[in-house]
Structures are given as structure tokens and as C-alpha cells.
Design a protein around this ligand. Structure first.
Ligand code: TXA
Ligand code: MG
Length: 331
């Protein structure tokens, strides 16, 4: 299949919308990461996303909408608490888990009775949904297990010739995926941390919001029973082994330098990824791109500095720990 390379002009978005409306796959930019989209109500089209990504069928896709009135197609009841989340965070990098209507196919929800819904702030993404005339189911546009794509080039590396079109909207502003918040229980629960943090939700909603206790736990931890199916898989993994150094900043940088020199003397290519303790937002934006660059350079080893696990730092560490297979060294 020849993949069309498109921009964000009205004409290009219209073309991409037609592809989605006809059951095809289109990769598109969002403020978080690029998504690989299909008509959320077309089971065959959604099935194709899973095939090209190599994604396990039990991992549900997020459904993207462009207007609140589309909520009723997807969920039987919009609760007052859901209204508050939408008022505070939409359009933007927040996905709400809600009960699904009978019309949402089980391929889209990974067999669950709930559906993840998000209204992106990216204008190109919302224009595509309008042009397609349907909500768009879209996981991140990467091969399953690889770091999420934050540019159209990343998508091209994984899917050239395998999907209908790629819309290039430039690099993603946020760089890590949306915060996933489960709205089906008595207390809202964050299932995947993102740029919008527990503190942000508690402040805007004025009620307690809890974190899934499995978050940032090792897969062999007794608490590791994540409620979002996608959180149980090894993700974001670069090809090279990765070590995270954790401790006092200066000591960490020294330890990384020592380790780097040692491996370079053995002829290895070492990539270092460090961000300052107050640079979590920059780390979020750049982490996946750095990991993909390391792959392109055929790095033998990646050395990274841990971020303090609070606020956005907790969310970045959620990805970094998985990238490194929880290979963490305290210094
Ligand atoms: O920022 C984002 O969310 C990006 C862009 C493209 O919107 N999308 C994204 O999709 O990251 P994906 O498929 O890579 O991650 C979706 C996550 C997975 O961990 C999945 O298990 C969880 O959301 N999820 C989706 N629907 C769910 C549901 N009904 N119940 C629990 N978890 C759900
Ligand atoms: Mg993903």
C-alpha cells in the first residue's frame, strides 16, 4: 500500500477524513503523541489498527471526539463529575473511562464494558474527526512495544507503506500520552499518569482523586495489578539496554559519567539522557524522541538520570521505568 503524506490544510484533512470514513487507517498529530486512527464504530477498521501495530487484542483503544454532543454516541450517562472533568480539561490531554453504549464495538474497547474518551486540543485532530464524520479510535501510532511517536517521521519509521495516510502536524507539544482517569467508580482514579497530575485534578475538581496503586510498581511487586490493560505490557522499550540512576543529582551525574567512560573504553556507543530535577515538562516532551534516536544510532547502552517522582516527574518516570525494564541503580 502506498502511504499518503499529508499536511494540515483543509484539503489534506478532507482527504484523510475520506480515508477514515471508508474504513482506512490514518496517523494524525495530537498535543500528546501521534495517534493511529480508524472509525471507532467500524470493527474491521479497528481490527486493522491492532494488526498493523501488533497490539494485543485485550488492550483497548481511546476514542477521540471533536464535540461534547458525541459523548452520547459512546456512553449512556454523562455524570456531573464527568461534566466537571470536561469543563476543566477538555479539549486537552485527558482521557475519561466511562461506561460504553451497546453501539461501541468490543474490538474498540478490548472486550470491556467501558470506553476511554478524549477530546484532543490539537486542531488538526479535531478537524480530522469532523471530516471523517465519526469518533476516531486511536492508540498511539507506534509498533506495539516501541516508544510512542512524537513526530510524523517517527510514524513513518514504523508504518510507511502499511497505512493509508500520515498527517504531519509537526512535533507534539506534550510528548507523553494523556492522563487516563477512570470515572466509573465512586472516586475518580488515575490509571495512567500524564501531564495533568493528581494534584491538578484534585485542585480543579475539589474532591479526592486516587492513583491506581499499581502505578510505577515493578511487575513482580504484589501490588502490580494495573486497571488499564495497556499498563501491564512492557512499553516504550528502546533496543539498547537502559539503566536509570537515582540519587542526589551530582552523585548521579558522576556515576553516569563513570559508567559511560567505562563502556566507551570497551568500544561501545553510549547515549546519555539527563534532565534537571525541575525539567520534568521538558523531559516529557523529549523522552520518546531521545529513545528513538538512540535506536537509530544503534546505541549499545542508554544511561538516564531519574526524576523526582512527584507531579509530572511521576508521569515521566512511569515511562522511563518501563523503557528500562525497571533497571534502576541507586547511587
Ligand atoms: O495521548 C493519548 O492518549 C494518545 C493519543 C493518540 O490520544 N493515545 C494513546 O493510546 O496513548 P494508547 O492506546 O497507546 O493508550 C491507551 C491507554 C492504554 O493503557 C489502555 O489500556 C487504556 O488507555 N484504556 C483505554 N480504554 C480503557 C478502558 N476502557 N479501561 C481501562 N483502560 C483503558
Ligand atoms: Mg501506546
Amino acid at each position: 500500500m502506498e502511504t499518503l503524506y499529508l499536511g494540515t490544510s483543509e484539503e489534506d484533512i478532507a482527504r484523510a477524513g475520506e480515508i477514515v470514513a471508508n474504513g482506512g487507517l490514518v496517523a494524525f498529530p495530537t498535543e500528546t503523541v501521534y495517534g493511529l486512527g480508524a472509525d471507532a464504530f467500524d470493527p474491521e477498521a479497528v481490527e486493522n489498527i491492532y494488526t498493523v501495530k501488533g497490539r494485543p487484542a485485550d488492550n483497548p483503544s481511546i476514542v477521540h471526539i471533536s464535540a461534547r454532543e458525541q459523548m452520547k454516541l459512546l456512553t449512556p450517562e454523562v455524570t456531573p463529575m464527568m461534566e466537571r472533568v470536561m469543563d476543566a480539561f477538555w479539549p486537552g490531554p485527558v482521557t475519561m473511562i466511562c461506561l460504553k453504549t451497546d453501539e461501541v464495538p468490543y474490538v474498540t474497547t478490548g472486550g470491556l464494558e467501558s470506553v476511554g474518551i478524549r477530546m484532543p486540543s490539537s486542531e488538526a485532530a479535531r478537524a480530522l474527526i469532523d471530516a471523517a464524520g465519526c469518533p476516531i479510535a486511536a492508540p498511539s501510532a507506534n509498533l506495539s512495544g516501541k516508544p510512542s511517536p512524537t513526530s510524523a517521521d517517527h510514524v513513518k519509521d514504523d508504518f510507511d507503506g502499511k497505512i493509508g495516510a500520515i498527517i504531519d502536524g509537526g512535533p507534539c507539544e506534550i510528548g507523553i500520552e494523556s492522563t487516563v482517569i477512570d470515572m466509573t467508580g465512586d472516586v475518580p482514579m488515575i490509571l495512567r499518569p500524564g501531564i495533568m497530575t493528581q494534584e491538578d485534578f484534585e485542585e480543579k475538581l475539589g474532591v479526592p482523586v486516587i492513583l491506581d496503586p499499581a502505578l510505577n510498581k515493578k511487575p513482580d511487586d504484589p501490588d502490580f495489578h494495573p486497571k488499564a490493560p495497556g499498563m501491564k505490557y512492557r512499553h516504550y522499550a528502546p533496543k539498547a539496554p537502559m539503566i536509570i540512576f537515582e540519587g542526589e543529582e551530582e552523585a548521579v551525574l558522576e556515576a553516569i559519567e563513570r559508567e559511560k567512560t567505562e563502556h566507551e573504553m570497551a568500544g561501545e556507543d553510549v547515549v546519555v539522557i539527563t534532565f534537571g530535577e525541575d525539567e520534568a515538562v521538558d523531559a516529557a516532551r523529549e523522552l520518546f524522541a531521545r529513545l528513538r534516536e538512540a535506536d537509530k544510532e544503534n546505541a549499545d547502552l542508554i544511561l538516564a538520570a531519574a526524576l523526582p517522582q512527584k507531579g509530572v516527574g511521576f508521569s515521566v518516570m512511569n515511562r522511563m521505568l518501563k523503557s528500562a525494564g525497571f533497571n534502576i541503580r541507586k547511587v
